[in-house]
Design a protein around this ligand. Sequence first.
Ligand code: GLN
Length: 197
Amino acid sequence: MQNGAGKLMKIGVLALQGSVIEHIQCLQKIEGVQVVEVRKAEQLSEIDGLILPGGESTTIGKMLREYRIIEPLRDLIQSGLPVWGTCAGMILLAKDIVGQDEVYLDVLDVSVRRNAYGSQLDSFQSSAVIHKLAEHDIPLTFIRAPYIEKCGPEAEILLILDGNIVAVEQDNILATSFHPELTEDLSFHKYFIKKIS
Ligand code: GLN
C-alpha cells in the first residue's frame, strides 16, 4: 500500500519497552509498509502512524516523560497523527485511569482499569467477529489486560467481550485491551494501515 506521494508508508513502533518486535514482525508482512523503531521525539515527524505496544504502562509512561516524547506526541495525536495503543498502549492513551491520579497522553475519552481481569484471569485467549474489521473470527490474546469501564461520547466502541469494552476507536486513535501482534491474524494491523491511507 502506498500513500499519496507514491512512497512507502512509514509506521512507527514506540520502542522503549514491551512487545515491540512482535508488532514490527506483523507490519513487515504488510506490503508497502516501512517500519521505524521510535525512541526519540525527533522521529515523530517522520512517521505516518504510531503503534504504542503492550508492556508496562508505568515504565513506558515514565520513559515517555524522561525522553521528552510525551508532549510532542500528545500534540501530534491531537492534530491527527494516527495512533494505535495495545494493552499498556491503551492505558497510555486514556484520559482517565481508575484509582490512579497520573495519566499520560490524556487523549482517549475513556476510563480504563489496569489489570482489570485480576490474577485468576491474568492471561487468556478468546475470539470475536468485529464486523468493521473483518467477517472472520479474530483471535484475541489478553495478558494482564485492562478494560474500559466507561467510554465517553468521543470514543466509539468496537468490541464488548463478556460485558467489558475491550476495543475502541476515536477519530485517529485506535485502542485494544488485547494483543493482535501475538497472533497470526493481521486484521487489526491492516485496519490501522487502512485508517491512515
Ligand atoms: N498490566 C499492564 C499495565 O498495567 C499492561 C499489560 C500489557 O500490556 N500486556 O501496564
